[in-house]
Design a protein around this ligand. Structure first.
Ligand code: XMP
Ligand code: MG
Length: 178
């Protein structure tokens, strides 16, 4: 693990090592293996940030499961619908399915709280959220993850799929703003 990483004007220092990440992700995968046995869950990975977490989590599964990836598009709705976040690339029917949303990080919770109604509108049997990181100190919206790899303080992080302006996603370990 590098002592520090520079991206543009910022310096990031080592935070969570890849081995610690791997063992937490395995623990979450085994919890899901138990909870979703015979439920054939459909994972929805939210791009771009979740692709590495999703790949590792999914390979930890021993149950039957499907995975698909979506992008979120955000726009301002009417005065009653407020902030709307809709899925791009969601072709599967969610009706009657057990859905597990995979996200890289819940920061304020704004994105997921605006997106969840879109999922519930499609009449799934159940919806759970698996997230790599949460920042409890930054949470402003009513979103609760069912599976969280790490709760971290409210500082910007990169690596393991997370980026600073597009860079740093390839770092195998997680780094925190110095
Ligand atoms: P909300 O506030 O909607 O934000 O929960 C979620 C999105 O904010 C981005 N985000 C980060 N990205 N390092 C990152 O690389 C961070 O520390 C960080 N905090 C928030 C991210 O895009 C996430 O999906
Ligand atoms: Mg993201």
């Amino acid at each position: 693990m590098a002592d520090s990483v520079s991206i543009y004007d910022k310096t990031f220092v080592p935070f969570i090592k890849k081995d610690a990440i791997a063992s937490r992700v395995k623990e979450i995968a085994s919890a899901i293996n138990t909870a979703y046995k015979d439920k054939n869950p459909l994972f929805l990975g939210i791009l771009n940030g979740s692709f590495i977490f999703a790949a590792d989590l999914f390979r930890g599964l021993s149950i039957d499961a499907e995975i698909s990836f979506i992008k979120l598009a955000s726009y301002k709705g009417t005065s009653t619908t407020g902030h709307v976040v809709t899925a791009i690339g969601l072709e599967e029917s969610l009706k009657g399915r057990h859905i597990i949303i995979i996200e890289d990080i819940i920061d304020t919770g704004k994105t997921l709280s605006a997106f969840l109604p879109e999922i519930y509108n499609r009449q799934p049997a159940s919806v759970a959220i698996a997230v790599f990181l949460t920042k409890p100190g930054a949470l402003k919206y009513d979103v609760k993850a069912d599976y969280t790899a790490f709760e971290i303080e409210d500082k910007f992080v990169v690596g393991y799929g997370l980026d600073y302006d597009g860079y740093g996603r390839n770092l195998p370990d997680l780094y925190q703003l110095a």
